[in-house]
Design a binder for this molecule. Structure first.
Ligand code: ADP
Ligand code: MG
Length: 814
């Protein structure tokens, strides 16, 4: 493939805020353009109404309303096609935080229709692979996160880390040909779309769990999801390997935002250092005269080396949030894109020879040549000479040497093995003769000693002995290699058997796991903490371990928390959709069974009709005798078959959607639990703080407040007061609807035993210490959360008083 520039696309995120003045023109012949109009600063003394325009060129610009499907069709599909053809491909999203990078690459975490480039590309790749029976394909997946210039394996199956730093670190290794290898990054084989999707969700969930409030890694880290595709023709020794990197970069946000006034659009500095290095590499690549490209400055640029100015078909998506506030960031993003567009890449077909396959092919060739030779010469030749043949040859050589006639020849026939053997016999004899002579010269005094008859005979004897021993040695060597081969085969067979056995048991455990999915939750309510087990080809990965049972209060708080969580509506929607789709799938399956029965019935009728006609003797001149009934039956069968096929297709589509929805729900569950723990920890530390400051800050008993200690600034959380669910007259409805989500796992912080608090100090957040913190708090009456309901408030105050009495008696209160 010839050199080609990196393609750049622009995507604008929908917004509810006032948008900046901009225009998109996709009709131009040379690509598309995006133009921003910036009101000129009037603060510099004289007022003018001139406006400044910034125009940028893109391959195509996708405006606010463009859907994920269109993004996939335009951007990802061509890259996926080239990956299938054996070239490397990369798609990376670049833009400020919140501009839609993750939405574009992975997709929205809530809705099926929002799935992004990764799941759609996986679906497309596996579909194409399954259609191509002329090639054998294998696919592997890896998922790397780079944070603070350190690589972490998001697919590590032993993953129980609560912090990113606890994941195994990935190292960069460079071989002598300067190829980059990543040590500790696992490559997981994934045979189908479902397995690949599971891996994607596993990685994303690991990432979410590892992220704590103190470590908001997701906006500052880069994620590289890679599909490693290998394909070959059956029997061929050449392999084509290609890689597809799907990259979600860290936010390209810059410091010293100057806003629309002042020195607008002077380039500010990146917050993220590795993006700075990425820009350095891109500047170097776009300058023709530069010979050194500083790839090694950061892990990101090392990993993406091939994708930038190397062997890759690369596409960039510049994501922009173009509300007025973000105009300068959007312009920075466009400027970066313009530089990227200057880079030329040279994709080459990644073909290589597989040594094992090559040896196998050569062996086959040797065998067929031998057969051919045997056919031509009329005799079967073994690799080696037999003992009898060797004996005959020795005799022949002896006679040849003994004959004094100078014209005597040694005729051996057209057999290289015999010719070579005679030569080696002669060589041994000569060497032996030399050796003896030298031996005489060195060790004895007779320099002119001649070779006696006896000597010749002895040397011939020796030569024969050496030849015999050599022969034996080769035979033993052969035996050994045959035995080793047998041993290997035996080992493979045992492994196969073990794998089959594992498959069988996995199949069983899979179905039993599916069945038990619903029933795991009640168990959890009782304090068992095994949550989300994503099954990956039989390996069950547990993200969290068992923890101590939770107090009733916390359980109750959790139930209310989820009822009012901002994701609740989406979860509800997804559940309904899930039910609906499952019902649809059930109906389709019934239809399939019906269609199948109808076809069988029709076939029977057809058969009967034919028999009847044969019995009536019409069959003899069937060509003239056109039978309407038979014709109709055939047509009917065809129709039913078409319906059957289309139903199968629809069912397949539904299955993918159902699986995806399941994963979405699973993830929502983890997110809820994480948010709850985050909030709970914050609340606990708030109580401590308010104690030390002896000024009630957290949830003062505001008369129109609520008993629930909700903090409005908790991420992903709606205040109960504004939430319609808060006033839900029938709380049972929403409670029962989230029955799956109601059990609380131990927080990652609890698992780790400690968590870093904002000031860097390590604060202990184990449940007992939280409780101690709450218990030891002096509750001034103003800091007691009250409901506004007289009866309830009186109960609360009575309880608090009783508790204080109890504590002072037991000496717990100091
Ligand atoms: P980034 O990864 O660039 O920081 P996100 O992809 O997380 O940004 O997007 C921020 C928010 O905006 C998310 O809630 C996401 O769902 C939403 N969003 C982004 N792009 C779109 C879009 N094209 N359509 C609808 N919602 C979007
Ligand atoms: Mg993101």
């Amino acid at each position: 493939m010839v050199k080609q520039t990196i393609l750049i696309f622009g995507r604008i995120k929908p917004t509810k805020k006032t948008v900046a003045v901009y225009s998109v023109d996709n009709e131009e012949q040379t690509g598309a353009s995006l133009e921003f109009v910036v009101p000129r600063d009037s603060a510099d003394g004289f007022v003018n109404n001139r406006r400044e325009c910034y125009k940028f060129r893109f391959q195509k610009v996708f405006d606010l309303a463009v859907k994920q499907e269109e993004i996939f069709e335009n951007i990802a599909k061509p890259v996926a096609d080239s990956v299938l053809a054996g070239y490397n491909g990369t798609i990376f999203a670049y833009g400020q935080t919140g501009s839609g990078k993750t939405f574009t690459i992975t997709g929205g975490a809530e809705r099926y229709s929002d799935r992004g480039i990764i799941p759609r590309t996986l679906s497309y790749l596996y579909e194409r692979v399954s259609q191509d029976s002329s090639m054998v394909y294998t696919t592997h997946i890896s998922y790397l996160e780079i944070y603070n210039d350190m690589g972490y394996d998001l697919l590590d199956s032993r993953h129980e880390a609560s912090r990113l730093e606890d994941l195994p670190k990935v190292m960069i290794m460079e071989d002598t040909e300067q190829n980059i290898h990543l040590r500790n990054l696992s490559l997981q084989q994934s045979a189908n779309e479902e397995e690949a999707l599971n891996l994607l969700f596993l990685g994303d969930t690991n990432r979410m769990i590892a992220e704590t409030p103190m470590n908001r890694a997701s906006t500052r880290s880069h994620c590289i999801f890679t599909v490693h595709l290998c394909r070959r023709e059956p029997g061929s020794a050449t392999l084509q390997r290609s890689k597809l990197h799907l990259v979600d970069l860290a936010g390209s946000d810059r410091v010293s935002k100057t806003g629309l006034n002042g020195q607008l659009l002077t380039e500010a500095k990146y917050i993220n250092r590795s993006l700075h290095f990425l820009e350095q590499v891109i500047i170097a690549l776009s300058e023709k005269t530069r010979s050194h490209i500083p790839y090694r400055n950061s892990m990101l640029t090392s990993v993406l080396r091939d994708s930038l100015g190397g062997n890759c078909m690369t596409t960039m998506i510049a994501t922009m949030a173009i509300d007025k506030r973000n105009l300068d960031e959007s312009i920075s993003t466009c400027r970066f894109a313009q530089r990227v567009a200057l880079i030329k890449n040279e994709p080459i077909l990644n073909e290589e020879l597989d040594p094992a396959l090559l040896i196998a092919r050569l062996k086959r060739e040797v065998l067929s040549l031998k057969e051919e030779l045997a056919m031509v010469t009329g005799e079967q030749k073994e690799d080696r000479l037999t003992v009898e043949e060797i004996q005959t040859l020795e005799e022949l050589v002896q006679t040849f040497l003994d004959d004094t006639d100078p014209d005597v020849t040694l005729s051996l026939g057209p057999d290289m093995r015999k010719i070579q053997h005679c030569f080696s016999l002669l060589k041994i004899m000569i060497l032996d003769k030399h050796g003896r002579r030298n031996g005489h010269r060195n060790g004895q005094e007779s320099p002119d000693a001649t070779v006696s008859d006896e000597g010749i005979q002895k040397s011939q004897h020796n030569a024969a002995e050496v030849a015999r021993l050599k022969e034996m040695l080769t035979q033993r060597d052969n035996e050994i290699s045959i035995l080793v081969k047998m041993l290997k085969k035996e080992k493979e067979r045992t492994q196969d058997a073990a794998a089959q056995l594992a498959n069988i048991t996995t199949g069983q455990s899979l179905s039993s796991q599916r069945a038990s999915k619903v029933s795991t939750m009640p168990q959890l309510r009782e304090g068992s903490m095994d949550i989300i087990s994503a099954d990956l080809g039989g390996r069950t990965i547990q993200h969290m371990k068992r923890g101590p049972p939770l107090s009733m209060g916390k359980q109750e708080a959790f139930e209310t928390f989820i009822r009012d969580h901002e994701d609740q509506q989406t979860i509800e929607d997804n559940k309904n959709l899930f039910k609906q789709r499952s019902a649809e799938a059930r109906k389709l399956r019934e239809e399939l069974v019906e269609a199948k029965d109808t076809i069988t019935e029709l076939k029977k009728q057809l058969e009967m009709r034919r028999r009847q006609r044969a019995a009536h003797g019409v069959i003899g001149n069937v060509e003239e005798e056109y039978d309407q009934v038979e014709e109709n039956l055939c047509k009917h069968i065809e129709q039913e078959k078409t319906t059957y096929k289309s139903t199968v297709g629809r069912l397949k589509g539904l299955r993918t959607e159902i699986e995806h929805l399941q994963l979405l729900l699973e993830r929502a569950k983890v997110k809820l639990q994480r948010d709850f723990h985050k909030w709970w920890s914050q609340e606990a530390s708030c109580v401590q703080e308010s104690e030390s400051a002896s000024a009630p800050r957290c949830h003062t008993g505001s008369p129109h407040g609520t008993l629930l200690p909700f903090s409005p600034d908790t991420p992903g959380f709606r205040s109960v007061r504004d939430s319609p669910a808060g006033r839900d007259p029938n709380p049972d409805r929403s409670l029962s609807s989230v029955q799956d989500l109601r059990s609380i796992p131990p927080s990652p912080a609890v698992l780790a035993g400690h968590d870093k608090s904002g000031d860097g100090k390590v604060a202990d957040f184990t449940p007992s210490s939280e409780w101690r913190a709450l218990a030891s708090t002096t509750l001034a009456s103003s800091s007691i959360p009250l409901t506004g309901d007289q009866q309830a408030d009186a109960d609360i105050l009575a309880f608090v008083r009783a508790r204080q009495n109890l504590l002072s008696k037991t000496g717990l209160r100091q």
